[in-house]
Structures are given as structure tokens and as C-alpha cells.
Design a protein around this ligand. Structure first.
Ligand code: NAD
Length: 272
């Protein structure tokens, strides 16, 4: 159900499904999106300094009346905020905008060359201070994780990567699983760009579900944490109405055939 959690290697838990709010407009749009998701039962919100909407996310959480500790909040340090000292300041700004005294998960948004090791060292300190209950990275390939682990004291608990049926990330998933790092999918719906895929259409017809629901169920069953984005309550409901059916092993094998290892976003060695 929506309260299903996965265990991080430090003993804390993360809800298996959350709401992403990238490109949810600051102000009324993101505020309403977070509020409606909490009404539906979402208890996990994924924001970032980059998204410029932490303030409204924090306000919506506060106004929901749901105790802070029942909601899992992730934010991230943006690329131009990286470095040891700058990251500590960026974190303080994020907390202030969120009106919170801790976040549940703080992530290094992208592996900025020459900086991500120092950035992560700041995250370790923030974690040890208890101001982030878990820490991790985003858009890290195995070679970035290997480089990081040469210097880190605390293994990242999460790696949030672009992951959807056309980009199944087998290599990074294998590496993370072997190293006890949970994988979280961004653009889990492939930004809704290929819902007409014949395999998705076939499985949707078979289970009387939508392609979005097939995708999210697939991530749920394969233990990939997922954060589909919608600002519309009806779609937020649709995206989590996935607990009344099950994909068979044969269905899961079909899902694997969609993979093209094709990215929508930038390659983690080539972003600006
Ligand atoms: P997504 O795959 O979640 O697709 C979102 C889009 O799909 C929405 O804008 C909406 O138009 C459409 N959609 C959603 N539900 C639908 C439905 N049921 N039917 C039809 N259309 C539907 O893409 P995303 O927003 O880019 O990714 C999700 C979240 O991941 C973001 O909001 C953000 O929190 C996070 N993210 C992280 C990074 C990173 O670098 N770490 C990058 C991008 C996104």
C-alpha cells in the first residue's frame, strides 16, 4: 500500500512511492499538488533546491496538519551550490525554506566533477548532526560511486537515477543492490512520452489498468522507489491505484523487453 516502506542500510525507512514536484510551479500549483497528494495518502515528497518550490512544499506539509514525522521529505543540493562549505550553507537555506529542522533525505543532485566528494563530506556532517535522517546521491553511475567510496565514511543510502521502461539501468541497479544502496527512479513514467508502447498497452489491457499504473506497479514489485509527478489530484490517485493487481513473472519479463537504455535527460558525465 501507500504506507509500504523500504529499509535503508542505516535502519531508516523510505516510503516506496512518493510525489515528485519538479516543474510544479512555485505558489498555488505546487502547494495544491502537495496538499492533494497528502489527502490521498502520499507520505513522501521529492523536491530540490533547483525546483524553487521548497517553501510551498513546506507550507503545504505544515497546513496539512499531518505530524512532520509521518511525512518523508527529500531535497537536494544543486550543482552551483556544491563544495564543502557551500553545501552546508545550501542545506541551511533549504531547511529554512522548508520551515523544518531536519529532512528525511538529502541528496547530491549530480556528480559535479572535482566537487562531489567534498559535497558529500558536508552531507556526512549534516547526517551526523541529525539534520538529515539519511543521505545519498543522484545521477551517480558505478564509477562515480566507486570514486566516492574511496573517500566517504558513510555509504550513500540512496541513488536517485533516471529510470523508466526504456531506461532500466541494469548496470547501476546491479551495482547498487550489491552495495546495499537503494535505487530510486526519477522520470519513472518516462515523462509520459511513450505510453503508446505496445507492451505497455498490452499489459494495460490485460489488467484493466493504465500504462502509468503498469509502470508504477512494475517499479513497486521490483523494489525501485518511485516518485511520479503530477499536480492533478485525479492523476495522483491514478498513479497510486496499483495495489489491487499483480504483474506475473511473464509480465515482468515483457517489461524487460521494452528496455533500450535510452535516456531522456542528460548523461551523468555530460550534464552542465
Ligand atoms: P515523470 O516520469 O514523473 O512524468 C511526469 C509527467 O507525466 C507529468 O508532468 C505529467 O504530465 C505526466 N503524468 C503523470 N501522471 C500521469 C498519468 N497518470 N497519466 C498521464 N500523464 C501523467 O517525470 P518527472 O517529473 O521528470 O520525474 C518525477 C520526479 O523525479 C520529479 O518531479 C522530481 O521530483 C524527480 N526528478 C529528479 C531528477 C534528478 O536529477 N534527481 C531529475 C528529474 C526529476
Amino acid at each position: 500500500s501507500l504506507t509500504t516502506t523500504r529499509n535503508m542500510h542505516n535502519g531508516t525507512k523510505i516510503p516506496a512511492i512518493g510525489l515528485g514536484v519538479y516543474k510544479a510551479e512555485p505558489g498555488e500549483e505546487v502547494y495544491q499538488a502537495v496538499k492533494s497528494s497528502l489527502e490521498i495518502g502520499y507520505r513522501h515528497i521529492d523536491t530540490a533546491s533547483l525546483y524553487a518550490n521548497e517553501e510551498d512544499v513546506g507550507q503545504a506539509i505544515k497546513d496539512s496538519g499531518i505530524p512532520r514525522e509521518e511525512i518523508f521529505v527529500t531535497t537536494k543540493v544543486w550543482n552551483d551550490e556544491q563544495g564543502y562549505e557551500d553545501t552546508k550553507k545550501a542545506f541551511d537555506r533549504s531547511l529554512k525554506r522548508l520551515h523544518m529542522d531536519y529532512v528525511d533525505l538529502y541528496l547530491v543532485h549530480w556528480p559535479v566533477p572535482g566537487k562531489f566528494v567534498e559535497t558529500y563530506r558536508a552531507l556526512e556532517d549534516i547526517y551526523e548532526e541529525g539534520r538529515a535522517k539519511a543521505i545519498g546521491v543522484s545521477n551517480f553511475m558505478p564509477h562515480h560511486l566507486i570514486e566516492l567510496m574511496k573517500h566517504a565514511k558513510i555509504k550513500p543510502m540512496i541513488n536517485q537515477i533516471e529510470l523508466h521502461p526504456e531506461l532500466q539501468q541494469d548496470e547501476t541497479r546491479k551495482y547498487c543492490t550489491e552495495n546495499d544502496i537503494l535505487v530510486e527512479a526519477w522520470a519513472p513514467l518516462g515523462k509520459a512520452r511513450y505510453f503508446d508502447n505496445p507492451v505497455l498497452q498490452e499489459l494495460a489491457a490485460k489488467h484493466s489498468k493504465t500504462p502509468a499504473q503498469i509502470i508504477i506497479r512494475w517499479q513497486y514489485q521490483t523494489e525501485i522507489i518511485t516518485i511520479p509527478k503530477s499536480v492533478h489530484k485525479n492523476r495522483q490517485e491514478e498513479n497510486v491505484n496499483i495495489f489491487d493487481f499483480e504483474l506475473s513473472n511473464e509480465d515482468l519479463e515483457k517489461m524487460a523487453t521494452i528496455n533500450k537504455e535510452k535516456r531522456i535527460g542528460p548523461h551523468p558525465d555530460e550534464f552542465d
